[in-house]
Design a protein around this ligand. Structure first.
Ligand code: DMJ
Length: 747
């Protein structure tokens, strides 16, 4: 039996997958270098580079692109691990020669840290190792480290907050507060975004000798006071790994506190489901996110092998059914959101489980990942993200993490340690799979992956142990199989089995997207879930229904699709404009639709405050300069995780270009009446013959000495029989003689 295992392993490892993975990597990397470099990313369907500003704006995901050859930097240490040392040397030279960071561009602090700063540090460490061996890189003089330090300084302005939590975005040239920065006023960030800095920043401090980076990242970590569910995503990963890298028990204690809560409230093997933060017995939703696939890998590091095997097996069953993990899937394993942007988390966990168990089953899982990528994602110019796993349609994107992470984990899975150019046990993986040496640890006791005996603890064997796969989990394939067998037929493939009854609970990394939805409050709606486009139609003179602004809906507040004639009212700007403090102009707002700027606090908080002040509706306006419905897909605003039943007024969202049109109208005409309604019910569009516009011109009464003014009373009638119209007043209007060229589109 043992001999059979060995033969099986040998066959997989040496004659099949390693070479295939190398060939696939070459295809992806060379496509990027040939068709896209120096752009940030490859567009594999168009066979060209994605340059921000030249392609349609995709919203937040474009914040990863900083005109700094992202994919090249993210790929550097993968080149070393895959033994492509000539290519690595060449790529480092290109990075040093071509990449600049003083770009006037707004980027995500989180993404820039994990992908670019982490990429530079991992590559610097690799360059140093190769140089010390005396065979290559002899010209190298720490150029990548200098670049990393420069980038670190460019990120630091984001940490200039009272809490120490970084702003989500920074302008690489102008920082945050500079009027030229264009970062907006948004200070909301996700826990993962703010709590996934410590590895890179601490490593930068250790390597550069400047403590400022570690100090800031540590302060940001200290700012969290998480209970159940208050933290999320790679924040947990970084607590655990910060302990491994830095040896500071504070991080381990925090991790263990969170982990216990997660396992108590969230884990329902093999599922991990969202619970309400303040009421953890209540479910939040009935679907899971593909990003949870990293969690079994973290559980392996923690030493919690059983739930890791269970959850991983559930995920494998989902990939068997849908080829890839859809971005979100239900507890019945149906597609909730069909996109798959070639995420590496499932491969990551597969690698860690193989390392922990030695079970060749995980090689088989790895092989299936390789095959599916080749069959369903490979295109002539690289690998394309899958737009919908149900149809197999492609999307014109190949994210840099595909090269940074996917190929590392797959290659490691099929490699013997002796085949690697470095001793992999000497390194820890960042969340982007960049390699940082464990030897950076300065605080005792440090963790060394191989030789540390776990320290037994009364309550929990693993609580104070250094994660060492070999020590904690001696190879035991039978143990893993026994656990997996209970979950073999979860998805209904093969024999039928109902998933065990579940508590609807929440997980955390589960969802960077999910988390962003709750914190940034906009939900990229699953593709099959239609976002009903709304409009803000300006109906008072001189607009008379001809200016129509496309608006996004909210998942809470009044459902405008159920209002026969929409909701009408005149608009008043909230003071303060963000509506994050007490409303100072409640008197003016009462009975009107309030305009409020996005940012600084949650949509739900703004809506509540304005509703209490007497507003009959709220139009939120994006604070991100230049955004428009023409370029950014509509999304739905979501609540703050608390019940939102108390919010009954209608809520709509305008991108900043449309918002600017509305604000300009208000500034010019003082009285602007609007209708909030679904686009399909646009007034005067479907049945123009039935739209009667009547004017009554009347003299207002004036006090002696006041200038005479004319009032135009406008009556809009839906039809001859429909007498419910809008009686609106516009003062001192010229005429209706300024027709918009294209009433359908936003100016
Ligand atoms: C990567 O950039 C990192 O793994 C990050 O932590 C999460 N998202 C992507 C991969 O899916």
């Amino acid at each position: 039996m043992k001999l059979l295992h060995t033969i099986f392993k040998f066959l997989f490892k040496f004659f099949f997958c390693r070479d295939q993975i190398l060939e696939m990597f070459d295809h992806a990397y060379n496509s990027y270098m040939d068709y896209a470099y120096p752009a940030d990313e490859l567009m594999p369907l168009s066979c060209r580079g994605r340059v921000r500003g030249l392609e349609p704006n995709r919203g937040d995901i474009d914040d990863s692109l900083g005109k700094f050859s992202l994919t090249l930097i993210d790929s550097l240490d993968t080149l070393v691990l895959l033994n492509k040392l000539d290519e690595f040397e060449e790529a480092v030279k290109k990075t040093v020669q071509d990449v600049r960071f003083d770009n006037d561009i707004v980027v995500s602090v989180f993404e820039t840290n994990i992908r670019v700063l982490g990429g530079l540090l991992g590559a610097h460490v690799m360059a140093d190792v190769l140089k010390q061996r005396g065979e290559r890189m002899q010209w190298y003089r720490d150029e990548l480290l200098h670049m990393a330090k420069e980038l670190g300084y460019r990120l630091l302005p984001a940490f200039n907050t009272t809490s120490g939590l970084p702003y989500p975005r920074v302008n690489l040239r102008y920082g945050v507060v500079n009027p030229l920065s264009r970062t907006g006023t948004e200070s909301d960030t996700c826990t993962a975004c703010a709590g996934t800095m410590i590895l890179e920043f601490a490593a930068l401090s250790q390597l550069s000798g400047d403590p400022i980076f570690e100090e800031h990242a540590r302060k940001a970590m200290d700012a969290f006071h998480c209970g159940v569910g208050a933290g999320i995503d790679s924040y947990y990963e970084y607590l655990m790994k910060a302990y491994i890298l830095l040896g500071d028990k504070v991080y381990l204690d925090r991790f263990n506190t969170h982990y216990s809560a997660i396992m108590k409230y969230i884990s329902q093997p093999p599922l991990l489901l969202n619970v309400h933060m303040h009421n953890p017995t209540v479910n939040v939703r009935s679907w899971m996110d593909s990003l949870l696939a990293f969690f079994p890998g973290l559980q392996v590091l923690r030493g919690d092998l059983k739930p890791a095997i269970e959850t991983h097996e559930m995920l494998y069953q989902v990939t068997k059914r849908h080829n890839f993990l859809p971005e979100a899937f239900t507890t019945e394993f149906r597609v909730h959101w069909g996109q798959h942007p070639l995420r590496p988390e499932f491969a990551e966990s597969t690698y860690f489980l193989y390392k922990a168990t030695g079970d060749p089953y995980y090689l088989k899982v790895g092989q299936s990942i390789v095959e599916k990528l080749n069959t369903h994602a490979r295109v002539p110019c690289g690998f394309a993200a899958v737009q919908d796993v149900r149809t197999g349609t492609h999307e014109d994107r190949m994210d840099s993490f595909f090269l940074a992470e996917m190929f590392k984990y797959l290659y490691l899975l099929f490699s013997e340690k002796s085949q690697l150019p470095i001793n992999i046990d000497d390194y820890i993986f960042t969340t982007e799979a960049h390699l940082l040496p464990v030897s950076l640890s300065t605080t005792q006791p440090s963790c060394h992956t191989n030789n540390t005996e776990p320290q037994a603890h009364e309550d929990d064997l693993f609580s104070y142990s250094c994660p060492s796969a070999q020590t904690l989990f001696p190879n035991n394939p039978t143990f893993a199989k026994t656990i997996r067998d209970s979950y073999k037929y979860l998805t209904g493939l093969g024999r039928t089995q109902q998933p065990s009854p579940v508590r609807w609970v929440t997980c955390y990394r589960f969802i960077i997207e999910q988390h962003l939805k709750l914190v940034a409050e906009v939900s990229q709606t699953p593709e099959h879930e239609e976002v009903v486009p709304l409009i803000v139609q300006l109906i008072s003179p001189p607009f008379l229904g001809r200016t129509v602004l496309t608006a996004g809906p909210a998942k809470f507040g009044m459902d405008l699709t159920k209002q026969e004639h929409g909701v009408k009212g005149s608009i008043v700007k909230s003071v303060p404009y963000t509506a994050c403090g007490p409303i100072e102009n409640a008197v003016e707002i009462t009975g009107h639709i309030a305009l409020a700027l996005r940012g600084d606090c949650m949509f739900a908080a703004k809506a509540r405050r304005l509703q209490e002040a007497g507003a009959t509706g709220v139009i939120f306006i994006d604070h991100r300069e230049g955004s428009s419905s023409a370029e950014t897909p509509l999304f739905q605003m979501v609540g703050d995780g608390e019940p939102t039943d108390d919010i009954t007024v209608p809520l709509v969202f305008l991108f900043s270009k449309e918002g600017a049109t509305l604000s300009a109208a208000l500034q010019e005409h003082h009285n602007v009446d609007v209708l909030l309604l679904p686009k399909e019910k646009q007034l005067g569009k479907e049945k123009p013959e039935k739209l009667n516009i009547k004017f009554r011109i009347a003299k207002e009464e004036f006090a002696e000495g006041e200038i005479e003014s004319t009032t135009i009373q406008l009556v809009l009638e839906q039809s001859e029989t429909d007498t419910e119209g809008a009686s609106l007043t516009g003062k001192n209007q010229d005429t209706c003689s300024s027709p918009q060229k294209d009433p359908e589109s936003s100016p």
